[in-house]
Each structure stands twice: as C-alpha cells, then as structure tokens.
Ligand binder design. Structure first.
Ligand SMILES: Cc1ncc(COP(=O)(O)O)c(C=O)c1O
Length: 421
C-alpha cells in the first residue's frame, strides 16, 4: 500500500484524508425558489389585494383537492392552525391531551391556553411516532384528544392510534408539518383524522413565507376555526357564527396572500422535489443500515418523506460513544449534529410548574407534576439520534462521499479517540 492509499484509508481525525470534499451548497440548498415563484408573488402583489385575496382561497382549494378533505383554512403559520384545532376540539379546563415530547413545541403548547393538560407518551422505536401501547396506558377519563406528529416525515402507526381513538372516543389532531406528501397504507398524511395541520414555514417540504393550513371534514370544526380572525367568511355562514363577523374572538390568524402565492407554486413541485430528496436519503439509508445504523427507512405500505434526516446510532455495536463518532464524522467533512428539539417534558415550563399559571387550573394539590426522568424510552432514543443533511437536490457525488466516510469511521471505531479516555 503506498502512502497516498493509506492516508485515504485513515480516518481524518487521525491525520488521514477527509472523505467528504464536495461542497454541500448545491445539494442542500432549500427552499428552491425559481422565477415561477417570483412571478406568482409579484402577480399577487400587483393585484393590490394584500388582505383578503383570491390567491388565499385558491391555495385552500388546492389543498382540498390535494388531500381530498372537505375544508381547508389557510393560516399565518402552523402554530396558529394548531391553536385553531384545539379551539375546534372544544378543549375545556382540565381536559387531557396525549402528546409526544420530541417535537417542535407548538404541537403541544397551545393546549395550555385552553386549560388543557398535556400528557406525554413515549415514542416507539421503529417510526419515531407515539407508541400506541403507551398512549393506551396514559388514557384516563379526562383524556379528550391525541396529537400525532409524523416526526421528520415518518408516518406514525395510524391504524393502531385510530383504533384506540375510536375505542375511547378521542379526537386526533394530525400535526403533519414534517410530512407533506407522505402516505400511510394508501392514505394521505393529513387526511385520516378529525383535523390536520400542515406548517408551511420556510424550511418545510412545502414552504411559504410563513404559513399553515388547517384541514377537516367537519363543518362545526371548520366554522370554529373561522372564528379566529377569518372575518369575511363568517358573514357567509348560516349558523350563529355569522354574528361573530363583527368581532371575531380577538385573534387574526389568516394567511398573507403573498405566502399563498408562493405556497401554491411550491405545492405544484412538491412530488418531484420529494422524489429527489427521498431517493438520496434512501440511497444513503440503505448503506447505513448495512453498517448497523438505523435509517428509519419506510416500512411496507408507508411512503415517508425526509423533512429532516435523523438516523439512530448504536453505541453498543461499535463501542464508540456517539459524541466521539460524530466528531470523527465531522472531521471527515460530514455535516452531522444532534437532534435540535429539546424534549418538552424536560423543559422548565413543565418541570418547574410554570404551565399551571398558563392553564389557570386551580392548584388543589392534585395537578400533574412533570418529571424530567419520565419517558426513559424517548430520552434514550433521542440521545442516540444523529441529524444528517436531507440532500434535497441532485447530490453530484456527495452521497458517495458520505458513504465512504461512514464506512471508514465505523471500520476504525476501535482506534478512534474517546473524549473521556
Ligand atoms: C411538528 C411541527 N408542528 C408545528 C410547527 C409550527 O409551525 P409554524 O412554524 O409554521 O408555526 C412546526 C414548525 O415549524 C413543527 O415542526
């Protein structure tokens, strides 16, 4: 073996040549904005209708057609749409809602504003969704609803969760903010339960200049959501809600027409862009699985998306602690990091009891206490996740370099430096 070969084979952290030398800029560029987006936004801008607009109505029609749902209401962001869903669920003081701990906090925090009590359940290990068995353990006579998050684009175990909801008469909100275009056993994510929400925040698979969409087939829920500042549409209703057109309920959650214009173009390109991202993540994922790294490839009957690309590293299999592994991969030029969501059940708003003052529930000593040591499975699972780029564009050889880097670091795991050695 000549000197060049041995340097290439050596991990970069031990003085070898880094495996990943190609730029990430093109492969990881997101969102993709073209002249089609620019023209759509300009066209809308020039109409001068920057509040109530046909463009927003057209986006809602696009969403109805895309998901097959009866009602779609465009919101200024996903957070307000989740708030709307909790209003539509008629949460009352003390009602419990079963939620995941590993998610963006707006899947959970709006519950508190209705006096609702989040009850955290464990994630299951295959799909990163709520564990149906733990959901059932957490159901009490106060449980009103479940918030399902299709985390990072992987559909949750919907058959089991829907069966539980039917058996215990619970509502389900699908927070589909990570999973635009994913399907579960032939059904679209966002179409399977009482209500669903898609965020269209700028990094999402379906981005806009901030936005979110609430979806339902239920007329009462639809009207409830309109009460939160979709004034002009209340006038057309025949129910008592029409009288709220004069005042609303003090909120104003509608979407900007400029966001709607951008979102409509992005929706037209969703499938083709998801296909590129999926092919890249699956190609790398298959290689990772062959090295003993769990890549959360979609199980049979499921088409997942890759809003973010998280994989599970098995310290026991390599003997190399996850932080040392990550450092060695970073030395190879890989863009790896820890998952960015802190676990909600460990946040001070819960562990220090601050949530009680938001719900204004009478503290008669019976209120739930949250403990950071709850959910050992979720905590352990989250600690073994590593975040990779999701490669949303043509990779031009970058994925091959990632494969080489992973193989090299795993092959040399025994010889790599340990921070605590
Ligand atoms: C799972 C999840 N739910 C809800 C939201 C909230 O959406 P928005 O940022 O559009 O308010 C986000 C993120 O942005 C999210 O990741």
């Amino acid at each position: 073996m000549d000197a060049t070969t041995s340097l290439v084979d050596q991990p970069a952290i031990l003085g070898g040549t880094a495996a990943i030398t190609l730029s990430h800029d093109d492969a990881c560029r997101w969102p993709i904005i073209t002249s089609e987006d620019e023209e759509a936004v300009l066209r809308t801008l020039r109409t001068g209708s920057l509040g109530v607009s046909e463009e927003t109505a057209a986006l809602e029609a696009d969403f109805r057609e895309w998901t097959g749902r009866k009602y779609a209401v465009a919101h200024c962001n996903g957070t307000s749409a989740i708030f709307g869903a909790m209003h539509a669920f008629e949460l009352e003081a003390g009602d419990e809602v079963i939620v995941p701990s590993a998610t963006w906090w707006s899947s959970v925090m709006p519950i508190l504003h209705f006096g609702g009590v989040p009850v955290f359940a464990e994630l299951e290990g295959d799909c990163l969704g709520l564990d149906p068995e733990d959901i059932e353990r957490k159901i009490t006579d106060r449980t009103k609803a479940i918030v399902v998050v299709h985390l990072f684009g992987m559909p949750s175990k919907m058959d089991e969760i829907i069966e539980l909801a039917e058996r215990y008469d619970l509502k389900i909100l699908e927070d589909a903010s990570h999973a635009h275009g994913a399907t579960y056993k032939g059904r679209m994510i966002g179409s399977m339960t009482e209500a669903a929400v898609f965020s269209m925040q700028g990094n999402k698979l379906l981005p806009s200049a901030e936005g979110g969409v609430f979806l339902t087939d239920d007329e009462t829920m639809y009207e409830a959501v309109l009460r939160l500042g979709h004034y002009e549409r209340l006038l057309d209703l025949t129910s008592m809600n029409k009288y709220l057109a004069a005042t609303g309920l003090g909120y104003k959650f509608r979407m900007s027409p400029l966001s709607a214009a951008l979102g409509r173009v992005q929706l037209r390109h969703l499938d083709e862009r998801n296909a590129i991202r999926n092919a890249n993540c699956i190609e790398l994922g298959q290689h990772l699985e062959s090295l003993g790294i769990q890549a959360f490839l979609a199980p049979e009957g499921v088409e997942r998306t890759y809003f973010e690309y998280l994989v599970r590293y098995d310290e026991a299999a390599t003997g190399l602690p996850i932080d040392d592994f990550t450092r060695a991969m970073q030395a190879e030029g890989a863009q790896l990091s820890a998952p960015r969501y802190p676990l909600l059940h460990q946040m001070p708003v819960f562990t220090h009891g601050i949530w009680k003052s938001i719900t204004r529930l009478p503290d008669d000593g019976d209120l739930r206490e949250y403990d950071e040591n709850d959910l050992p499975g979720t905590t352990e699972g989250n600690g073994s996740l590593i975040k990779l780029p999701a490669f949303p564009n043509e990779d031009h050889g970058l994925i091959a370099q990632y494969k080489t880097a992973f193989s090299k670091v795993i092959a040399h795991a025994d010889a790599l430096p340990r921070a605590d050695a």
